[in-house]
Design a protein around this ligand. Sequence first.
Ligand code: C2E
Ligand code: MG
Ligand code: MG
Length: 713
Amino acid sequence: EDDPVDAGLIRDALAGPEAGLFHVEWVTRLADALDRLETEDFDVVLLDLTLPDGQGIEAFDRVFRATTDSLILVLSATSDEETARRAVQLGAHDYLAKEHADAYWLPRALRYVTERKSTERVLRAAEETLFAEKERARVMLESIGDAVLATDLQGNVIYLNPVAEEMTGWSREEALGRTLAEVFNIIDGTTREIASNPALRAIEQDQTVGLAMDCILIRRDGVETAIEDSAAPIHDQDGKVSGAVIVFHDGSQSRAITDKMAYMAQHDVLTGLPNRLLLTERLDQMIVLAERHHKQLALLFLDLDNFKDINDALGHQIGDLLLQSVAGRLKGCVRASDTVCRQGGDEFVILLSEIEQPHDASRIAEMLRASLAVPHFIEGHEIHVNLSIGISLYPRDGESVETLMQNADLAMFHAKANGRDRHQFFRSEMNSRALDRMFIEGGLRRALKQEEFLLHYQPQVDLDSGAMIGAEVLIRWQHPERGLTYPAYFIGIAEACGLIVPIGQWMLREVVRQVQAWLDAGLCAVPVSVNISAMEFRNERFPEELALLLEETGLAPSYLELEVTESYLMQDSAASERTLAAIRGMGVRLAIDDFGTGYSSLSYLKRFPFDTLKIDQSFMQDIIPGEDDTTLISAVIGIGKTLRQRVIAEGVETQEQLAFLRTRHCSVGQGFLFSHPLPAEDFARLLAGRDDPLSRRLPQPPSHARPAWHFTG
Ligand code: C2E
Ligand code: MG
Ligand code: MG
């Protein structure tokens, strides 16, 4: 109020008997009023609509917007009642003509508006609580797994939650107001008579009632479900029954089946372990947790090294039992918070949720390997399995499920390529190696088609006489860009992708053809030994195909020796025993290659029909001039001798090594000292120096033949 006279009147009007009720503050400008309203709460604003800095509805509007809780009482001049009325329409609580703002009217008007205000406040608070409660109830009802249906006193439907909608087949909109019997159509499962209305019973008895046993709900579309549960009366404020609520759920097996299906979708049937789907889900959650708590995770990709052999040899049933046994052992090695999952086939993945450092993961990897290494006894078979493990770590090796899985898988592949039966951490270079691998694989396919492979022959020399008594065939790849390429570059990959099989077929055929060609050309050919990888032997038709090849070319089997590595023998399966026996039975000789690098026990060696034992070239480094500590190689030579096998020392490079081997009576040597592996033409020249009429007449090279090529170093 800018007019001091009017302001004085108002002050006086409020100074009557009720003066104690009012605390009055007076400002003369709109701007001051707005300032005060901003910092303090007032119950009532008495507003004159003709102020120096604000007039009419505009002035009201600004005050209205500046107040949150205060009531506005407009004081109007008689001349301008119209504006005051308009202000009331826009939100003012009342208006009062200035001439009525006297000691009678003004306090009354103020009391009236403040009372109204406090009532409003109480109402609003009550409304809010009610709303919150209702909301809470609504959310609860909508989200519980049971069906909930409510009726009024007459038994008409007033509420259905979503589960009830689904089970009755009635949507809430359609069901509201209908009779319970219509929406909740239940019959007795045995008599198929209409079952009594549980809501009405609950209302009548004013107590909770159970549904009759064996109750069937007929959904709107006729589908029947066995249901269980109860009805209870609802009471109003005065405690009188106002309706009923029925809670029911699917009691039939269909629920159990749904649960089972959900379980099956996430678990592997054979082992009961979580499957890939569940693992992905858990890994996802674990990543979120690990991120929040700055923790590490480890993902282990496991692959059994020789499962396929076992499966082939002993049958799928035993294979399945073995997988179950493996699953049990894996689970036994980890904590309950870790996840062991079967990825499929013989692949398992383990998620370690609590590791402090990479070492924890490798420790567990070794525990897993040790646990699997204990033989599995299954239906009378003693089965040995080895494990290759690839490990990726969160966050070091990836922050997403896909990257972690991919990198653990890649690391596993490298564990295999590095000789299996080990664990391997992911390293970032592996990704580029994976690319290399694809590149090499493509190259190998082309090489096969375009015949880019060739064979080199490395002489094997009798250490007593210096005569060449055989040769090992070694494959080479005449690479269009790399030039002459050695097996280290591609054999591992050829094995991993299966291309070793067609490559091996090509090379056996080529060797047999070549030796026969030398014989046909009148050369005194020597027996050649060919490296065969485990994968080629797995083919059960291998012996048969070999026999056919020899028959076709007419080459005597004794010209051929096959080299097998120890690791193949370790895959102790009846199949390999059969295959080897068949080959030996044909008259083709067998050699154990790289002897001493694996774990062959003597019992294995005795069991298989080997003719030759090739001591791995790494042993040659043991032979140091002047030093006597050569126990290992001496022992290996000794083993060969006791088994009465021919012992060939590989990788003989120096005179010292040769001299040593002679003192230990090692019979044969092979190595750069005698000759590097040679192209066929060069090797033929060596053979040409040899002239033995006997060997031309007989297909078998006699042991006493006088060799043409002599080592005379
Ligand atoms: P391996 O069967 O142990 O072959 C012996 C390897 O030692 C050959 O390497 C040979 O060139 C090399 N070598 C011979 N003398 C010496 C020596 O005095 N010192 C040294 N340091 N090394 C010597 P290469 O030709 O690179 O072959 C490597 C491996 O690749 C072979 O080892 C064999 O396991 C595999 N391989 C070669 N050709 C074939 C094949 O046609 N099929 C299959 N499956 N594997 C093959
Ligand atoms: Mg070899
Ligand atoms: Mg070797």
